[in-house]
Design a protein around this ligand. Structure first.
Ligand code: SAH
Ligand code: SF4
Ligand code: F3S
Length: 440
């Protein structure tokens, strides 16, 4: 008998990739994905704990799922992912409507847990693992655009940045067997995909040993770049402390390895970076950017920034702004510091920057980045870029939308082109978010 699964995914790209693993595991149990909650026999929400507002959103959704369960008794509700890992059984106590709680390393146990829940028992598995990489599971792709896909190359994180909950909810870092990564990529190509993004919290520390032969990230990247010249390869996230020139040199050698690096600085102040336990200082970070500019001219750069971390002064904040101005980021994700329970910062440092100061600094960071993003796009006007088409533009079916190697979105008249095509586009104009062009 076919049962219906409705799944919502919050948080980072890892969670998107994990939901595809979950769908694959449940497909073997006779579950098919539905886009409508009304049809669902099982509702899963894959959650994020990185900031409190991510968790608040999930609580909001849970209220809705509960109403659904009242309308259609027998519907099971499961919370999976990082928030499940952080709150464990507390989630069952907080909410009697929740049937299943599963952490990110326990998805193979879902069939058993669902069976328990059908028998009326609450089912929990939040064990973290040192080995689990779901290496042999072929993820069932959520139908986004059929062109680009995520491929998880490692799990967990060993870095212990003092503000961050990820190491606690995702466990220790472990890498996935490169053979299974390549196999998954070849399979994606067969299905028509043209772009993969290799995912890990710190891809530069990827490491796999077979018979004394070590594969590091530079080697893995080269292996993936070689699979097919028509397949674009991206990766995320690079850690400034570990990003090596070897990786930059591999990027330089392969046209199909995209010229974009997400290199989160978090702060421009060496004193704050030390308190964050990022293990680099401002000078080191700037030297990594100098290396990128030298080895990969024209490579785009993005960052994550946090405003108002513990003890941050106005001078520290100015250091963040000046770093951004110097780096000329093409794009940034920007956040107010949010204290997370049980992290080192929560235990040891005072969350002493007042809320309104965090907000004011964040607004300054955002305003500066808006200026930099526009500047970065204006520089592209007049140039020709190879664009991989992803689909129709959001506004009109007369226009297509795709990305440059530098990860900038380009909109242009559709003509005869289709998703998956590479098209040379001359950039004629831009908005703050999008490049506008026409076939060259
Ligand atoms: N592994 C990646 C980031 C994962 S979390 C890296 O090291 O860059 C994504 C981003 O969320 C982080 O880069 C950071 O900027 C932000 N973040 C993490 N914890 C946070 C917190 N407690 N408050 C505010 N932002 C946070
Ligand atoms: Fe969190 Fe730091 Fe690990 Fe990134 S590297 S996931 S910020 S602990
Ligand atoms: Fe959130 Fe978990 Fe990703 S906490 S950012 S979904 S690893």
């Amino acid at each position: 008998m076919s049962r219906k699964l409705y799944i919502e995914t919050y948080g980072c790209q890892m969670n998107v990739a994990d939901s595809e693993v979950v769908i694959s595991i449940l497909k073997d149990e006779g579950f098919n994905v539905t886009g409508s909650m009304d049809d669902a026999d099982l509702i899963l929400v894959n959650t994020c704990s990185v900031r409190d507002n991510a968790e608040q959103r999930v609580w909001g959704r849970l209220d809705l799922f509960k109403q659904q369960k009242q309308k259609k008794p027998g519907t099971l509700i499961g919370i999976i992912g990082c928030m499940a890992e952080r709150l464990k059984e507390q989630l069952l106590e907080a909410d009697k409507m929740v049937d299943i709680v599963v952490g990110p390393d326990a998805y193979r146990d879902l069939p058993r847990l669902i069976g328990e829940a059908y028998e009326g028992h609450k089912a929990v598995n939040v064990l973290l693992s040192r080995e689990e990489t779901y290496a042999d599971i072929s993820p069932l792709r959520l139908d986004r655009n059929g062109v680009s896909s995520f491929v998880s190359i490692m799990r967990g994180c060993n870095n212990m940045c003092t503000y961050c909950v990820v190491p606690y909810v995702r466990g220790a870092e472990r890498s996935r067997d490169p053979e299974t990564i390549i196999k998954e990529i070849m399979d994606l190509i067969d299905k028509g995909f043209r772009e993969v993004t290799l995912l890990g919290q710190n891809v530069d520390s990827y490491s796999w040993d077979t018979k004394g032969q070590k594969t590091g990230f530079a080697e893995l990247l080269e292996m993936t770049g070689r699979v097919n010249p028509l397949l674009r390869v991206r990766f995320s996230t690079s850690h400034p402390k570990d990003m090596s020139d070897d990786v930059l040199e591999v990027m330089a050698r392969y046209n199909n390895i995209c010229k974009h690096i997400h290199l989160p600085a978090q702060s421009g102040s060496s004193r704050i970076l030390k308190l964050m336990n990022r293990k680099y200082d401002r000078e080191w970070y700037m030297n990594r950017i100098r290396a990128i500019r030298k080895i990969l001219p024209g490579c785009s750069l993005s960052t994550d920034m946090i405003s108002g971390f513990c003890t941050e002064t106005e001078k520290d904040h100015q250091d963040s702004l000046s770093l951004m101005e110097w780096a000329e980021y093409d794009f940034a994700y920007m956040f107010k510091y949010n204290e997370r329970p049980d992290t080192k910062a929560a235990r040891k440092y005072p969350d002493d920057v007042p809320g309104e100061v965090k907000t004011k600094r964040l607004n300054e960071i955002i305003a500066l980045q808006n200026k930099l993003s526009l500047k970065s796009k204006k520089k592209d006007i007049g140039k020709v870029y190879e664009v991989l088409v992803e689909g129709f533009s959001k506004k009109s079916t007369n226009d297509l939308s795709g990305r440059t190697s530098q990860n900038k979105v380009v909109v242009f008249p559709a003509g005869k082109h289709q998703p998956g095509d590479y098209v040379k586009i001359r950039i004629t104009d831009c908005t703050s978010a999008t490049l506008i062009g026409k076939p060259a």
